[in-house]
Design a protein around this ligand. Structure first.
Ligand code: FES
Length: 174
């Protein structure tokens, strides 16, 4: 009788210790699955859109990819077509072309020719206009627009805001 209750107590104590051990292991495993804070932060790039100059192409980085940012000039806005305009990202009244700087054909980085106001992909001769639309094949589609969210003067690449969602839903970008 005495032995039985002792065995029962030992069993419960062992079970409790094992339970704590399993819980500890699960917590440790969960921590190792979660991305590090630095990795999470690396998924987003915040751009201050007030610093760009009209007509000047700046190449930013997002998740290791080049991202073209071009603040359009008044002449560009004036002469652009409806489909070019649909790709505009408008922040505090300024119109921007923001696109992943990789050719949609085979992924080369197109160069911007300021005088021609176009991007030329040297790999196979593809061309894109200042809005990122294809003007000469073989690229199969316009330059992709990265997911973005607008917050005041800032554009957060990697977050999905209503403006990006609308572009994606209407097929303007992938
Ligand atoms: S990779 Fe750009 S045209 Fe082929």
């Amino acid at each position: 009788m005495h032995n039985n209750s002792r065995r029962g107590f030992m069993g419960k104590a062992f079970g409790a210790v094992a339970g704590v051990g399993v819980l500890g292991s699960l917590v440790a495993m969960k921590k190792s699955w979660d991305p590090l804070p630095s990795v999470r932060a690396a998924g987003f790039t915040t751009l201050d859109m007030s610093i760009y100059k009209e007509g000047e192409l700046i190449t930013e980085q997002w998740r290791g990819k080049p991202v073209f940012v071009l603040k359009k000039t008044a002449e560009m806005i004036e002469k652009q077509t409806e489909s070019q305009e649909k790709r505009d990202i408008i922040i505090n009244g300024s119109h921007f072309m923001v696109a992943i700087g990789l050719c949609t054909h085979l992924g080369c980085i197109p160069a911007y020719k300021v005088d021609e106001e176009e991007f030329l992909c040297a790999c196979h001769g593809g061309k894109f206009d200042w809005s990122g639309e294809v003007t000469l094949l073989p690229p199969p589609r316009a330059l992709d627009i990265p997911p973005f969210k607008i917050e005041g003067n800032n554009m957060i690449l990697g977050e999905i805001g209503p403006e990006f969602k609308a572009m994606k839903d209407s097929g303007i970008t992938l």
